[in-house]
Design a protein around this ligand. Structure first.
Ligand SMILES: [Zn+2]
Ligand SMILES: [Zn+2]
Length: 264
């Protein structure tokens, strides 16, 4: 399986050297590897350790536009991987920042700053605690899924990154919400979520999937980890994975339907 459009990559614009390379270096490497497209998607601003500085978004936009003019063998898109920061489904990107982006993704990460004190106590802390106290997980599952569903309703998201990673969620309910708004579910090549069980749980819903590297350095572009194996185990129609080609008998090759999603 080969990623044709790596839709989820990070650059030096994620703060504190969280990712290693410039936008141009990422694009150069993607070209060398023969990718059709790459999306730069640094972390949302509420992450104090690796969030973007909003003032950099116009700079990033100009750089992406320059590279699109410079190269005609690859499409470059700009997005943000926003953080889900509250039980009300809030994410950390404003209207003003969104206008610089082709796409908005959202996912859950540890270490972000919640939008309100209430969300600190009712969302961040219990989710952290659930990492260490398994009996708490079941209760968190419903609350977290409510937050994800609310997020899908509130924002024009293109993709949810690594669903199921870092907090328990009810995949069928999330897939139903994603189906409603045509939001892509990510099979992340680094975090191993969605895993085979999660893909299988989402499969009955009319949702599309994408496999992405979540590269934080040029050496990681195109990384698929266990994604191919998980897709095979889950037994879904490979054509539902919109940004990859398969090197086997599936006959699905060279597709980048993700580009359409990015241009919408
Ligand atoms: Zn992430
Ligand atoms: Zn990421």
């Amino acid at each position: 399986m080969k990623i044709e459009h790596d839709m989820h990559t990070h650059t030096i614009y994620s703060r504190n050297h969280h990712a290693k390379n410039t936008i141009e270096e990422m694009v150069e490497q993607a070209r060398k590897m023969g990718l059709k497209a790459i999306t730069i998607s640094d972390h949302g601003r509420n992450h104090p350790f690796y969030g973007i500085r909003p003032k950099n978004l116009p700079v990033m936009r100009a750089e992406v536009d320059r590279l699109n003019r410079k190269y005609d063998d690859i499409d470059v898109y700009l997005g943000v991987e926003a953080n889900l920061i509250g039980s009300d489904g809030e994410i950390d990107i404003g209207e003003e920042e969104r206008k610089y982006c082709d796409v908005i993704y959202a996912g859950y990460h540890f270490g972000y700053l919640p939008n309100t004190a209430a969300n600190f106590f009712s969302f961040l802390l219990p989710n952290l605690a659930a990492q260490f106290i398994p009996p708490l997980r079941k209760k968190r599952r419903k609350k977290n899924t409510d937050a994800y569903v609310r997020m899908c309703e509130r924002y024009p998201l293109t993709m949810i990154t690594h669903p199921g990673d870092k907090m328990p969620i009810d995949i069928p309910r999330l897939a139903e919400a994603a189906q409603e708004k045509d939001i892509i579910l990510e099979i992340n090549g680094h975090h191993d979520h969605m895993d085979a069980d999660e893909i299988r749980a989402a499969a009955p819903y009319d949702v599309r999937f994408a496999v992405n590297s979540d590269a934080h350095a040029v050496s990681q572009i195109g990384r698929t980890g266990h994604a191919g194996e998980n897709i095979r185990k889950a037994g879904i129609d490979p054509a539902r994975v919109i940004n990859v080609s398969f090197d086997d008998e599936t006959g699905v090759e060279g597709q980048d339907k993700a580009g359409e999603a990015c241009r919408q």
